[in-house]
Design a protein around this ligand. Sequence first.
Ligand code: HMG
Length: 393
Amino acid sequence: MKIGIDKVGFFAPHLYLDMTELAEAREVDPGKFTIGIGQEKMAVAPLTQDPVTMAANAAWEIVDDVDRDAIDFVIFATESGIDHSKSAAIYVHQLLGLKPGARCIEVKQACYGATAAIQMAKGHVALHPDRKVLVLGSDIARYGLNTGGEVTQGAGAVALLIGQDPKIMALEDDSVYLTDDIMDFWRPVYSEMAFVDGKFSNEQYLSFFSRVWEQYKVQNNLTLKDFAAICFHLPYTKMGLKALRTVLEEGDEVVQERLQANFQKGQIYNRNVGNIYTGSLYLSVLSLLEQQDDLSAGDRIGLFSYGSGAVGEFFSGILQPGYKTHLHVSAHDALFAARQALTVAEYEEIFQSGLPTDGSAMELNIDLDPAPIVLAGVEDHMRKYVNKASEGM
Ligand code: HMG
C-alpha cells in the first residue's frame, strides 16, 4: 500500500522584515545576511497569530468535507507550545470543525517533531487504510534582538494530510535515523528565547547528515544519482546548501547540476519566511514542488530532517502522477505578494510585545489581521480563537 502526502497547506503571517534593513540596523554588511546566511525576509507574527492559529490557517487551506470525515488523528508538532498540558491539536480540531471521533496530540523534538509525526501517521494509516491523519508543524523562531540567531528567526506553519494512495508524494520505508544527547540548541521551560551554541549546532547538523546519509546508501542500495532532489531542514538556507555541498562530488556533472538547481527552487519559500522549525523541511519540499517545473512523477526526493538535541533522519518520497495539480501555487504566490513590510522599529515593538501572563484580559484587534483564523484575545488564562471564515456557517 502506498502511504504519503495527500495534500500540503502553508501559512505565514502577513508581516515581514527585510533582512537588508535588519543588517543595516545591526551595522552588519547586508551580504552576510542575504548571501552568508541566505535569508531575504523574516516572517513576523503579530499577537493575533500564534502557533495554533498558524497551523489552523495552513490546514484550513487544504481540509475539505471529505477529509473532515476521514481525519481521525491530528498530530501537532511544535516547539513553541502554548500549554504544558493541553495539546495545541485540540484547538485546531475545533477551529477546523473536525469530527469528535479523533485523537489529538502534540509532539516535540525540536525541528524533528513533524517528521516523527509523519512516521506515526504512516503507521496509523497502515493499520486503518480508510483514514487520514492531519500533521501540523507550526512554530515561531525567537532568538532575541541583536543576537547571532536573530537573522534566522521566522514564523509559519505547514499542514500535511497523510493518507493511502497519496496525490502528491508516496513516502518510502527507507528511513535511517539517529539520536545523540547534545546541547546545540534548547529552550528551557522558563525562557521565551532559544539558547544556542551556533557554530556547534552547524557542525552537528552536518555530522548528523553525514552519518544518516552514509548508512542510508548502504541500507537502501541507492546513490546520489537516484535522487531528483534533496530537501533539507533549513534553519537558514545556507545551512542546507553546506550539507548538499558535502555530498555533491558523489555525482557526475549532470547529477550535481540537477541537485543544485533543485536546491535553489527548494529554498525560495524558506528564504522569504525564515526558520519555522518543525515545518521548515516541509516548507522546502513545498517550495521545490511549487517552484520547479522540471520534476516528473516517479522522481525520488530525499528528505533530511534535523532537530537539535538531537535527532536526525534521512528518508525519501516518490512524486505521484498529477501531483502538481494538487498544489496551491497561486494561493501561495498571493500570500507572499500581499505581505506588508515592517520597519525595524515596528518589528522590535512586536517582538517585545506579549500576552498577559497574570490572568488579566486582553482583547486584540482582529480586523488588522487578514488571516481567516486569528487569536482574538486572552481571558482567565485562556486564549480565545476565532475562525472568521466559518462564522455564520
Ligand atoms: P554568525 O557567527 O553571526 O555568522 O552566526 P558567521 O560569522 O558564521 O557568518 C555566517 C556566514 O556569512 C559565513 O559563511 C560567513 O563567511 C558569511 P560560511 O563560512 O558559514 O559559509 N559572511 C558573508 N557572506 C557574504 N558577504 C558578507 C559576509 N560576511 C560574513 N559580507 C549562525 C551564524 C548560523 C551560527 C547564527 O545565525 C545562529 O546561531 N543561528 C541559529 C542556530 C542555527 O540556525 N543553527 C543551524 C543548525 S541547528 C538546526 O538546524 C536546528 C534548529 O532549527 C533548531 C531546532 O532543531 O529546533 C536551529
